[in-house]
Design a protein around this ligand. Structure first.
Ligand code: BGC
Length: 381
């Protein structure tokens, strides 16, 4: 009996590996862990027709692994994360997660909507200034989402949805958010977001994956070349809250309209770089029409030849160079994530929009559907 159960547990331990090593296009599901209340946390492995593979968990809608080829066709996992569910502790810096209800910062954890003031957690203190960050103490990144595999026209993915309650983290309205992750046969991670509410509420959801095109845990991102399709950015104050100014990038280290290595200017003598501890800002994307799906960014790593092109319907992108990674996180395969060992490209509305009447509105009202699309296209050159 004991031997049988040993055999059974050995087999069960193999199941996730078996599914992870299968390269047939489709989606497989395995158990990733348990929530403290014993709810099962799943891992969805999505494979496309070219053998690209992505692991997604319904905890925080987190992308745990993403394997893409280098210029010789060698697959590597290029996103920071943890092998075990237990790695995703509440102080994980949002590795791979969907952040919300309001991704990014809200000044002083307060906003006024339709004459009523709402108070939110001040769960972040950049340069000693307490502000609200990424939806509060238990944002969308720390809850269990409903999830199911999805397939359409030979493309596979995962559909995740979560209903945040009226008053959850201090925000008004029951909000239902649905996120689709598709791994297309054009080697794109296509993400669509949709949301509805029963009371007016701010909403700004985004994806907080840290990429390292050399492979997760392989050095820093300082040699990655970045292009941002933005001639303006939103400078911040000490609390990393936009001052309200839409400043031209021209003549500053924030001008990425032509490709630059991240490391070339990140420590330049510029007040904004000092406040952010490097690049940690919102760029205002150059768009012909608001809401159009247009290119926002390109990231290229010369040694592997890997490239990501980012397209979005959102008006802004937070380019965050991993300045708050401090070399203490031990991630997948026992690799340490260095200071600036990963970068985020968070497509978004601008930070603190609920307090900034001049920024595009982030208020979702009953009867309306919030919709947003972002594509990360992987290729080599
Ligand atoms: C922010 C950083 C923050 C990080 C949390 C990013 O979206 O821009 O300032 O430290 O999230 O890991």
């Amino acid at each position: 009996m004991k031997r049988l159960s040993l055999l059974l547990s050995a087999f069960l331990a193999l199941v996730p590996m078996l599914s992870a090593s299968s390269s047939k296009p489709g989606v497989t599901v395995s158990e990733f862990g348990r929530m403290p209340d014993q709810r099962v946390v799943q891992l969805y492995t999505v494979t496309n027709a070219n053998g690209l593979k992505m692991d997604v968990t319904n905890y925080g809608a987190i992308i745990v692994r993403l394997y893409v080829p280098d210029r010789d066709g060698k697959l590597d996992d290029i996103v920071l994360g943890f092998d075990e569910f237990s790695g995703y502790t509440p102080d994980s810096p949002y590795l791979g997660a969907v952040v919300g209800r309001y991704g990014n910062r809200i000044a002083d954890g307060k906003f006024t909507l339709d004459g009523k003031t709402y108070t939110l957690a001040k769960n972040n203190t950049p340069n000693g200034v307490p502000v609200h960050l990424h939806g509060g103490e238990v944002g969308f990144d720390k809850v269990l989402w409903n999830a199911e595999p999805v397939s359409k026209d030979g493309i596979h993915g995962v559909k995740l949805s979560y209903t945040a309650k009226d008053g959850e983290e201090g925000y008004p309205g029951n909000v239902t958010v649905t996120v689709h992750y598709w791994l297309t046969n054009e080697n794109e991670l296509k993400i669509t977001y949709a949301a509805t509410t029963d009371k007016a509420t701010p909403l700004n959801v985004t994806q907080h994956t840290y990429f390292n095109l050399s492979g997760a845990g392989v050095g820093t991102i300082l040699d990655h070349e970045v292009t941002l399709d933005a001639s303006h950015f939103t400078p911040t104050d000490k609390g990393l809250i936009p001052t309200g100014e839409i400043a031209p990038v021209e003549g500053t280290p924030f001008d990425f309209r032509k490709p630059h290595k991240i490391g070339a200017r990140i420590d330049a003598d510029h007040e904004q770089l000092k406040l952010g501890g490097g690049y940690d800002h919102n760029w205002v994307l150059d768009k012909k029409k608001p809401g159009e799906l247009s290119r926002a960014a390109v990231v290229y790593e010369a040694k592997t030849g890997r490239q990501i092109e980012v397209f979005t319907t959102e008006p802004g992108i937070q380019f965050y160079a991993g300045n708050f990674l401090d070399g203490t996180i031990k991630g997948k395969q026992g690799r340490t994530y260095l200071y600036r060992g990963g970068l985020c490209l968070e497509t978004q509305h601008f930070p603190d929009s609920p307090n900034q009447p001049n920024f595009p509105s982030t208020i979702l009202r009953p009867g309306k559907t919030y919709e947003s699309t972002t594509i990360y296209r992987f290729s080599t050159r």
